[in-house]
Design a protein around this ligand. Structure first.
Ligand code: HEM
Length: 392
């Protein structure tokens, strides 16, 4: 285990703003790094991250396998591993396949245009709260067939608590409030299912839940996880992607020749999910290090996505990069269930705003959420005044 002075302080303000230099340093100097404060191994090489993601028997999401209890609100398809997770994961995939994604995309295009129409008279906007978040929240509500809860102070507080608790490894005080917030949102989902929805994923779950044999709270928590991941994560992606594109005008120009390939590269280059965690279920070796049963493992997807051993010109935005074996959507049994939706959202939302405002500019200081797990902006001020709107 390394005894060097800790170089990785994920919540340091400089690291929050730009974590990539320290990821590079770790990958080059200590790619399987023991982090004393986190009590975890930090993986930054693509090959090591991929190995851990693909081997859920040894690198488990279900911490109960090593005797660490999983609190009730966390029990979901995210914290079960095969074979326990398999029927639930298949059920979720079937629920998604039963949806009309063509209609979802058409509605998403209309939603984006409508949001932009509503903003048209303004000189300046906040991209995050005025566009990205309402867009992704509207899209996930459409997909799940569940209206969003009222966006009042309680919503903001719960949402904030849930996010803070993603970094509970760094800030254990955030854990309890995060559990309460998750329970609050699961209760919201349970109340909605009790109304007998017929549309969207919730309609599918209400009609077919007898096909799978899980306690109700596991179903509620899983639908909550799907719903919550379905708006927060893509909203952060859109902010990261927009600021990246505005800082790289040549890449933005190139994106129009193949938007889907461009969106994929944006997920690699500035994807929002920076880390995921697992626990070792047995003594093992990884990347030359010896890990023990019970050791925590933090898989830094965002570091793996810039590993020169896997990507040519990893620090450059290469909009026509193909193949692009990035880990931005994870890999293996917990890989992103909503990746198709995320790709639709990226394509639709970025195209709508950038086609209408080709001269869009950031107009002030951007701010990041203080979050090391899910990287993204809390605000991106944009000027519409100098930008020339193009009729849609
Ligand atoms: C750009 C947007 C998105 C990115 C970068 C992203 C990324 C990820 C990643 C990296 C994981 C793996 C977590 C792990 O291995 O522990 C994941 C899981 C997941 N994502 Fe996404 N996601 C995005 C959007 C979405 C959307 C739109 C939805 C729903 C519509 C969604 C639903 C889920 C769910 C339910 C899981 C858990 C799957 C499981 O544990 O079996 N995600 N996502």
């Amino acid at each position: 285990m390394s005894s060097q002075k800790e170089i990785f302080n994920p919540l340091d303000p400089h690291t929050i703003r730009d974590p990539y230099p320290v990821y590079r340093q770790l990958r080059e100097t200590d790619p399987v790094h023991w982090h004393e404060q986190l009590g975890a191994w930090i993986l930054t090489r693509h090959a090591d991250c991929l190995e851990a993601l693909k081997n859920s028997a040894v690198f488990a999401a279900d911490f109960r396998k090593v005797g660490i209890p999983t609190p009730g609100p966390l029990l979901s398809l995210q914290t079960l591993d095969p074979p326990d997770q398999t029927p639930l994961r298949h059920f979720a995939v079937d629920a998604l396949r039963s949806q009309d994604l063509g209609a979802l995309e058409r509605n998403a295009v209309e939603r984006a245009e409508r949001l932009l129409d509503d903003l048209a008279g303004r000189d300046s906007i906040d991209f995050v709260s005025d566009y990205a978040t309402p867009f992704t929240l509207g899209t996930i509500s459409d997909l799940v067939g569940m209206p969003p809860p009222e966006k009042d102070e309680q919503w903001r507080q719960r949402n904030d608590e849930l996010h803070r608790s993603m970094d509970a490894g760094l800030d254990p005080n955030s854990e309890e409030a995060g559990l309460t917030a998750r329970q609050h949102f699961s209760d919201f989902v349970a109340r909605w299912l009790a109304t007998g929805p017929t549309e969207g994923i919730s309609g599918y779950v209400a009609a077919n839940s007898s096909k799978v044999d899980y306690p109700p709270n596991v179903l509620y928590n899983s639908l909550r996880a799907f719903w919550h991941a379905g708006f927060e994560v893509p909203a952060r992606f859109l902010g990261n992607a927009l600021t990246t594109l505005l800082a790289n005008p040549d890449a933005l120009e190139q994106m129009w020749s193949d938007v889907d390939t461009g969106v994929e590269e944006l997920v690699r280059f500035s994807g929002p999910v920076h880390v995921v965690s697992r626990v070792c279920t047995e003594d093992t070796t990884l990347g030359g290090a010896r890990l023990r049963k019970g050791d925590m493992v933090v898989i830094v997807l965002a570091a793996a996505n810039r590993d020169p051993a896997r990507f040519d010109r990893p620090e450059e935005l290469v909009m026509n990069r193909a193949p692009n074996p990035h880990l931005g959507f994870g890999r293996g049994t917990h890989s992103c269930l909503g990746n198709i939706i995320a790709r639709i959202e990226g394509r639709v939302a970025l195209t709508a705003v950038l086609k209408r405002y080709p001269d869009l500019r950031v107009n002030g200081e951007t701010h990041f959420w203080e979050n090391a797990t899910l990287r993204g902006h809390s605000s991106i001020p944009l000027s519409l005044a100098g930008a020339v709107p193009v009729a849609s």
